[in-house]
Design a protein around this ligand. Structure first.
Ligand code: ADP
Length: 494
């Protein structure tokens, strides 16, 4: 169905209890389903298909069959088809935005609509890169033509989380498909519908089986996908713990794996920064509008003593002015936390911070009215005065909780910023060129920005070091390095 469906409840019902396998919306073989509820109201949205190993096998078999012909489509033609998918998804971005706002609780104006827009952008970026799947010739011997050829890996298994499902799925499927692979996605149990809608739309353009999606629980549906003998590559975004499980299962089969995992991203603010710009960057970087549910959230803010108090006051004022409420209301700045489990985890960390002696500056007001009572709303917290050893500073919370930590000199801040098991993203705010260059070189993170805090950008490699992951996404290199294999060929002409 390609009609625009702007009522997200109706669209979720249409996608109820379905996977997308072989170009068709199909029921799970077991007939089992699970409930997906609105994090804003607790009301049932619709039932999602509870996939198991049999469904995964059907999807992978369909993908493996389709891959033979897909690899023979010229690379530029594959790119054209991905571009056509991008245009279709762009035409449907409003319905995707509404559906993702409903299922994830991310505010429509500040989050969901923006994510739906970036989705098409990523498709269009990769659509133009088919011709870049090239190899080299090597001057090995004058009588031998020696070259490398890039080939698709085969069937790619992609496992995605709930916090930015459209964007994170696009970063995986667009390069995998342009490179000539076919794909089976396992969606996150909290947010299965908007990504399934993407598949339904793409199935009107791509040959059947090229792109499949199954929904279900991690151990019952994700694990069989990683373990399936015909899956030749796994790309995963999620928690460090699950990432390690996935990596171990991939190691059993000796297949390559890309992992985008957690973060505890530092932001270093020097006395000489442009304060207004820096505070705006802190609000955006901490993803308060998304309840801080981002692996790059600026959840450790190291602020130099001379500007510390002004920074905290300005940050509090800005977050205080944000309106928390119904994710589908245009006026809302901040939506909800995703689930009860996450809601409880965030509240537990706030209690830990208080017990550690931190001052919990709570900002923004909870929405009032009975309708919001069952919703997972938490007031954003800006902690000050926390000891560096606090778990609030060291562990990923994935909620609207940040800590501002005062420092005197740059070396001290740099050492504290790097003293983390994570290494996903970092930002530095200064007008001094030497400090900027020094920080850019020495901050231990895969994505470092000075005086800005952008999210993933098509064309710029994105990915962490240390426990934050393995491999890159979003760039040409990501497609070449992670979704192709290189074959060396020698033609002996003597
Ligand atoms: P989060 O805390 O973001 O939910 P997870 O890492 O648990 O992070 O989930 C990310 C994705 O990994 C989800 O789609 C989830 O279903 C899936 N998943 C969870 N456990 C497993 C597993 N054992 N094998 C494969 N995928 C899994």
């Amino acid at each position: 169905m390609t009609d625009l469906v702007l009522d997200p409840h109706a669209l979720a019902k249409h996608l109820q209890q379905r996977h997308l396998i072989g170009g068709q919306l199909v029921a799970p073989s077991s007939g089992q389903s699970f409930e997906v509820a609105s994090p804003a109201t607790g009301a049932l949205i619709a039932l999602a298909a509870a996939g198991d190993a049999a469904d995964v096998d059907a999807a992978v078999t369909s993908a493996a069959t389709a891959q033979v012909a897909w690899a023979k489509v010229s690379a530029r033609q594959r790119g054209k088809l991905i571009g056509a998918c991008g245009a279709l998804l762009d035409a449907h971005k409003e319905e995707l935005a509404r559906l993702v706002a409903l299922e994830t609780g991310k505010a429509i104006r500040t989050e969901s609509r923006i994510e739906a827009g970036v989705l098409a952008d990523i498709f269009h970026f990769y659509a133009g890169l088919g011709s870049e799947l090239k190899g080299e010739t090597i001057p090995f011997h004058p009588d031998m033509l020696t070259m490398t050829i890039r080939e698709p890996i085969g069937v790619v298994g992609a496992i995605i989380p709930w916090n930015a499902p459209l964007l994170l799925m696009a970063l995986k499927i667009a390069p995998a498909l342009v490179a000539g692979n076919t794909v089976v996605v396992k969606s996150a149990e909290e947010a299965p519908f908007a990504v399934l809608r993407i598949c339904e739309l793409m199935a009107t353009i791509l040959p059947p089986g090229v792109f499949n999606l199954v929904s279900g629980m991690g151990p019952e549906c994700g694990a069989p996908l990683v373990a399936h003998p015909k899956v030749g590559k796994v790309t995963f975004t999620g928690s460090v713990e699950t990432g390690k499980i996935v990596a171990r299962a991939a190691a059993e089969k000796l297949i390559p794996v890309t992992l985008e995992l957690g973060g505890k991203s530092p932001m270093i603010v020097m006395d000489d920064c442009d304060l207004d710009r820096t505070v705006a960057g802190a609000v955006a970087g901490m993803r308060f509008t998304r309840m801080g549910q981002s692996c790059t959230a600026a959840s450790r803010m190291y602020v130099q003593a001379g500007i510390h108090d002004r920074f905290v006051a300005a940050l509090r004022a800005k977050v205080d002015a944000m309106l928390m409420g119904d994710p589908l209301d245009e006026k809302t700045d901040i939506g909800t936390i995703i689930s009860r489990a996450q809601f409880e985890k965030v509240n537990a960390y706030i209690a830990i911070g208080k017990a550690d002696g931190g001052t919990a500056n709570e900002c923004s007001a909870l929405p009032t009215g009975d309708a919001f009572k069952p919703g997972y709303y938490v007031r954003p917290v800006i902690f000050t005065d926390l000891p560096g050893s606090s778990r609030v500073i060291r562990e990923e919370i994935f909620g609207p909780v940040t800590a501002v930590i005062k420092f005197d000199d740059f070396e001290q801040a740099l050492a504290a910023a790097n003293d983390s098991e994570y290494g996903l993203a970092a930002t530095l705010w200064t007008r001094d060129l030497k400090t900027a260059l020094d920080g850019a070189r020495r901050l231990q993170a895969g994505f470092v920005q000075v005086n800005q805090n952008l999210v993933v950008q098509p064309g710029l490699s994105y990915g962490g070091i240390k426990s934050s992951g393995l491999g890159k996404e979003a760039s040409l290199e990501a497609m070449l390095d992670h979704f192709t294999t290189k074959k060396t060929v020698i033609l002996n002409m003597t």
